[in-house]
Design a binder for this molecule. Structure first.
Ligand code: KE4
Length: 424
């Protein structure tokens, strides 16, 4: 494939944007090549500036659950924007999206909209600390909740230990109250909670930022019981899993009700939206009703609200979850067949998200993912790119399926995987 124009675009971008990108993963550094620059997208396909067309499994990291450029969504956003883009005042469209989310998720009695998943989890953490009057936050090794300081930490040595900064600029003072436990290890959570002063446990109910890793049997239920026993809040970070692994996210799939949940991606339909939701008793601790401060110039932006609302309306009307479930079931069957014949790969599929791991046994936590053959993943990524299949450029990322992906698309993916594994 010719990537001349992408290379020129990248050279130009690097002169005015750090690394030429506005989010690091887009720079393709984990796969050792230069990124392609996207010119347009439609349905399950994207096209780069050189005119190369790709079957897209990034789906803008989850928001494009309807596929790209849905005509009804575009029309609704266009009509909304003709009335003005932003007012810094309340609008009814914000209420309508909040009501839609409550109608789909009854435990979400109230919602506060923000402009990213990072803002959503940052708000949820502050709210939990304000509501409980406690300080510590428990998160899990390998789970990503956005780039705000208090959760941008990595595991120290051993198990349930205080986090250490995962980036320069994050001070030990901001991470001293963050405890890291191993995903799928409820005993570590119990030990950490018994230390007291824990405001909340925040978890990706299905992890998607170390590849797709499902909770072991009873893990989420154990977190629910342990947090109730120790009067800490349970926060489901559903920024990625919300409306993707089930029409009611992890709440619907596992039957566990969190105290708070954070959302993003799908609820914005590709425009900047994040949200934190939960019971009115907890949510009303947020300003201006309660004392926990939080704000945002573009929070609840009418155009973004319209994009998210129309996305969820179509999602329900077209029964998108059932279609995605059927296509991902076809994928899971195909991957099971391939992995039965190639013992150096494994996989994990949950609803509209999946990962092929370059290790023989599907990982259950971050250290096991870190042991994958990353060089072979790099070769796989490049092989698929040249085949016109765009994968997330990291073993630690999830692949996404949209409403527009077909079983034929999945067969194309499976055949390319099989050919790669047979030759490499
Ligand atoms: P944003 O601030 O990127 O909107 O959301 C942060 C976030 C929070 N919680 C979960 C579970 C998430 O997956 C994310 C962001 N996901 C990444 C993909 N791994 C976004 C892609 C990127 O960083 O460019």
């Amino acid at each position: 494939m010719d990537h001349t124009k992408s290379r020129q675009a990248f050279d130009a971008a690097k002169k005015s944007i750090p690394g030429g990108v506005n989010s690091p993963v887009r720079a393709f550094r984990a796969v050792g090549s230069e990124p392609v620059f996207i010119a347009s997208a439609k349905d399950q396909f994207v096209e780069d500036v050189d005119g190369n067309r790709y079957l897209d499994f990034i789906c803008t990291w989850g928001p494009a659950i309807l596929g790209h450029a849905n005509p009804e969504v575009l029309d609704a956003v266009r009509r909304r924007m003709e009335k003005g883009i932003s007012f810094g005042m309340p609008t009814e469209i914000e209420t309508r999206l909040a009501e839609k989310m409550h109608s789909m998720l009854p435990y979400v009695e109230k919602v506060r909209f923000v402009s990213s998943g990072t803002e959503a989890t940052m708000t949820a953490i502050r709210l939990a600390r304000g509501y409980t009057g406690k300080e510590k936050i428990i998160k899990f090794n390998g789970c990503y909740h956005g780039h705000h300081d208090s959760l941008l930490v990595k595991a120290g040595s051993g198990g349930a230990t205080l986090g250490v900064p995962d980036s320069p600029g994050v001070t030990p003072g901001t991470t001293k109250s963050t405890v890291i436990c191993e995903y799928n290890n409820a005993d570590e959570v119990r030990d950490a909670l018994e230390g007291g002063n824990v405001a909340a446990v925040i978890v990706e109910p299905v992890a998607g930022n170390m590849g797709v890793i499902k909770p072991g049997d009873g893990f989420l239920q154990a977190l629910r019981e342990l947090t109730e026993r120790h009067e800490a809040l349970l926060i489901f970070d559903e920024v990625m899993t919300g409306f993707r692994i089930h029409r009611q996210g992890a709440y619907g799939l596992y039957g566990v009700t969190p105290d708070l949940a954070t959302f993003g991606k799908v609820i914005g339909g590709g425009m900047p939206v994040g949200a934190v939701g939960g019971s009115a008793a907890v949510m009303d601790w947020l300003a201006p009703v309660g004392p926990v401060y939080q704000a945002g110039t573009l929070s609840g932006n009418p155009a973004a609200m319209e994009c998210g609302l129309k996305t969820l309306e179509i999602y329900e009307r077209e029964n998108v979850p059932d279609h995605i479930q059927a296509v991902s079931g076809h994928l899971a069957n195909g991957l099971a067949d391939i992995c039965s014949r190639h013992n150096t790969v494994s996989f994990s599929v949950q609803g509209g998200m999946f990962t092929v791991f370059f290790t023989g046994t599907a990982p259950s936590n971050f250290p096991e993912v870190a042991a994958c053959d990353m060089e072979r993943f790099r070769c796989f990524f490049q092989y698929m790119l040249e085949k016109g299949i765009l994968l997330p450029p990291s073993q630690y990322e999830a692949n996404f399926i949209s409403f527009k992906h077909t079983k034929q698309d999945i067969d194309h993916y499976l055949n390319a995987l099989e050919t790669f594994l047979s030759a490499n």
